[in-house]
Design a protein around this ligand. Structure first.
Ligand SMILES: C[S@@+](CC[C@H](N)C(=O)[O-])C[C@H]1O[C@@H](n2cnc3c(N)ncnc32)[C@H](O)[C@@H]1O
Length: 198
């Protein structure tokens, strides 16, 4: 069984405007598309925002309670996306299942004593398998957009077609007691876009 870290799970939900700016998406760019929010948070706030604006959106989170959120969500691990009876055009992961692929989270996790080398390697494996497995849930030519860019994962996904884009605004502050130096952690100003092969 491949596991990921639970002990540093943070469930802060970000405002829809921040999420869209970080991921480089807009309501208009999502019109007519089926969207999956991976690690959508306990209230699935962004999924609700998309639905309120006429976008077909679903969400999964390993901590959410479906009875409190809605049938368009599932309590699930990113590695085991349930069958929603369709494939998605776009899957997004904002500060969620791939954060342990970002050197910022790895470094702060080590500083806090919550991450050791074994956990780190286990997580890389988890995230690598998760991306492989998402091939089942995302259409050919569909996209997986991740923020912050999980830069530690890039060599693992080198067989995929991917691009890294800069975010044209100040990155969001992360609630942490560790100061963020954006020169040292440039991935916090970047998103990763993986295009699923045809
Ligand atoms: C910081 S919150 C972000 C919520 C939302 N994406 C946002 O940006 O507003 C991270 C969420 O990701 C979920 N999460 C983290 N790793 C996950 C995994 N491997 N599978 C499913 N959910 C995960 C956590 O349970 C948590 O609710």
């Amino acid at each position: 069984m491949i596991e990921t870290l639970g002990k540093m799970d943070c469930t802060t939900e970000y405002p829809p405007g921040n999420i869209m700016a970080h991921l480089g998406i807009s309501l208009d760019s999502l019109r007519g598309l089926k969207v999956l929010d991976i690690g959508c948070g306990l209230k699935a706030g962004f999924v609700k925002h998309l639905r309120k604006n006429g976008i077909q959106a679903w969400g999964i989170d390993r901590l959410l309670d479906v009875s409190e959120v809605g049938e368009y969500t599932a309590n699930a691990e990113a590695l085991e996306i349930p069958d929603f009876g369709m494939q998605f055009d776009v899957a997004i992961a904002h500060f969620s299942a791939f954060r342990w692929g970002s050197s910022f989270f790895v470094d702060t996790g080590i500083k806090r004593g919550a991450l050791n080398q074994q956990d780190y390697e286990k997580n890389l494996l988890y995230m690598g398998y998760t991306i492989l497995n998402l091939r089942k849930s995302i259409k050919s030519g569909g996209k997986l957009i991740i923020f912050p860019c999980p830069n530690e994962l890039l060599s693992i996904i080198s067989d995929y077609q991917f691009t890294i884009e800069d975010i044209p605004e100040e990155p969001a502050r992360i609630s942490t007691d560790v100061d963020v130096d954006f020169q040292i952690y440039p991935e916090l100003k970047q998103r990763l876009i993986i295009t699923m092969s045809e």
